[in-house]
Design a protein around this ligand. Structure first.
Ligand SMILES: [Zn+2]
Length: 199
């Protein structure tokens, strides 16, 4: 069985390393956070926000769930967005999906996985919404990739349609919502060019 002892050793080495390179880093950061970015990504262990953006602690506010979804009634996600937009005043909201997403893949099939099927229902709605486009793609891998991208685009629309973003834009707040997709196979992010700035 995997031990958790190494986690504390890893943590100590990590903190010592940062402190060596940036003396006083943690003490300074402990006083406040002022990230420019809110990241809404998948829970997948292979898609860690800070690491793949090469950003330090304090630079990105993060919300992750299975298949990076923004559901109209999800108080958890909405609370994160509200705090990021209204209190932290982030400049960019990034919805990031990834190719090979297990949640998206599960939503494409009919197998049952229990409670999570209810969460994945929302992706089945994305499939229904884009049925003609998806049906036109014969290659299964290409169709899977396409759905990963379409899911991100739908979540960008969902973020943009929250009262939180609409109110921010009505106030004249400078904030843009973006859709990215990450490739597990090479570690590279792609901008889907679906940014919305409320103007
Ligand atoms: Zn995923």
């Amino acid at each position: 069985m995997a031990s958790i002892d190494n986690l504390f050793e890893n943590n100590k080495a990590w903190a010592d390393n940062i402190e060596n390179e940036h003396p006083g880093f943690f003490e300074e950061l402990s006083k406040q956070q002022s990230p420019d970015y809110l990241w809404i990504g998948c829970s997948d262990s292979r898609v860690p926000a800070n690491e793949l953006l090469n950003l330090m602690p304090g630079e990105v506010f993060v919300h992750r769930n299975i298949a990076n979804q923004v559901i109209h009634t999800d108080l958890n996600c909405l609370s994160v967005i509200q705090y990021a937009v209204e209190v932290l005043k982030v400049k960019h909201v990034i919805v990031c999906g990834h190719y090979g997403c297990g949640g998206v893949n599960a939503a494409m099939g009919d197998a049952q996985f229990g409670l999570i099927d209810n969460w994945l229902r929302h992706i089945k709605d994305v499939i229904r919404l884009h049925k003609a486009t998806l049906d036109a793609e014969q290659d299964e891998q290409a169709k899977f990739n396409m759905l990963c991208e379409l899911n991100v685009m739908e979540q960008v629309a969902n973020v943009s349609n929250t009262t939180i973003l609409k109110d921010a834009w009505a106030r004249g707040q400078d904030i843009t919502v973006h859709g990215f997709v990450y490739n597990l196979a090479d570690g590279i992010l792609k901008n889907l060019e679906v940014s919305v700035d409320g103007k």
